[in-house]
Design a protein around this ligand. Structure first.
Ligand SMILES: O=C(O)CCC(=O)C(=O)O
Ligand SMILES: [Fe+2]
Length: 226
């Protein structure tokens, strides 16, 4: 049974919750085959850069190596993934207890990050949008999403960091407070990993730094925050 309270607890206390088996495996497999067809035809960009992040985009300047489907690439080639983005909005609102809205930014609202075997990765960063949702199209024994969760308690002198690794499961939906947890995707070795990224915001806060998309998609070094 879908346990809403468990997901709300996980989202607030651990900054992340995973709704497994949201999309059946055979549908993920068909979508993944089409994603790979588009990559094979060279219709999407390959993001490959490192050491470019700054505080303006909440990025520590790690290494990036993956194919990227931008919003319009998905609408052209995989419109079902756009339908899912809109259809799960009420689910995202109830899990996050927020007035969640879809993104007003058509390049970055929905993306696919396709990590190739042999080093596909995403550097350590905070997300700029309030609510990050990931739909995995592959099962992976490697290349987990790695999160750092800041903890503190009055019984302890200093705050500490708890780390968490989430391995992709086909059809699972991750709902994360990506603005509050530093995270990355560990490099692949033998497997491909396919992550559909759904960016949601809260109605009162749809901020996105103007340099963010040029950095994420084209590897242009962002300015520093004043
Ligand atoms: O692919 C992943 O596991 C992480 C994706 C992510 O953090 C992002 O797209 O901002
Ligand atoms: Fe992220």
């Amino acid at each position: 049974m879908f346990d809403l309270r468990k997901h709300q607890y996980n989202y607030f206390y651990d900054l992340v919750t995973v709704v497994e088996n949201l999309i059946p495996e055979y549908i993920c497999d068909r979508l993944a085959a089409r994603v790979n067809g588009v990559i094979a035809e060279d219709l999407v960009d390959h993001v490959k850069h490192k050491a470019l992040g700054t505080n303006a985009v909440s990025d520590l300047g790690g290494e990036y190596d993956h194919h990227i489907f931008k919003g319009d690439d998905i609408r052209a080639h995989l419109p079902e993934l756009n339908v899912i983005y809109h259809a799960v909005l009420p689910l995202i609102s109830v899990i996050t207890c927020a007035d969640a809205v879809v993104s007003p930014y058509p390049v970055s609202d929905i993306n696919i990050k396709a990590y190739p075997p042999g080093g596909g990765t995403l550097g350590l960063h905070y997300d700029t949008n309030g609510i990050t949702v990931l739909l995995f199209l592959t099962d992976n024994k490697e290349a987990p999403l790695r999160m750092q969760i800041e903890r503190s308690h009055p019984s302890k002198k200093d705050p500490w960091i708890e780390t968490r690794k989430i391995y992709a499961k086909k059809g699972a939906l991750v709902v994360m407070q990506g603005r509050k947890t530093l995270h990355d995707s560990e490099p692949t070795s033998t497997e491909q990993k396919l992550t559909v990224v759904y960016n949601y915001y809260e109605r009162h806060d749809t901020y996105r730094h103007e340099d963010f998309d040029k950095f994420v998609y084209y590897g242009v070094k962002p300015t520093e925050l004043a």
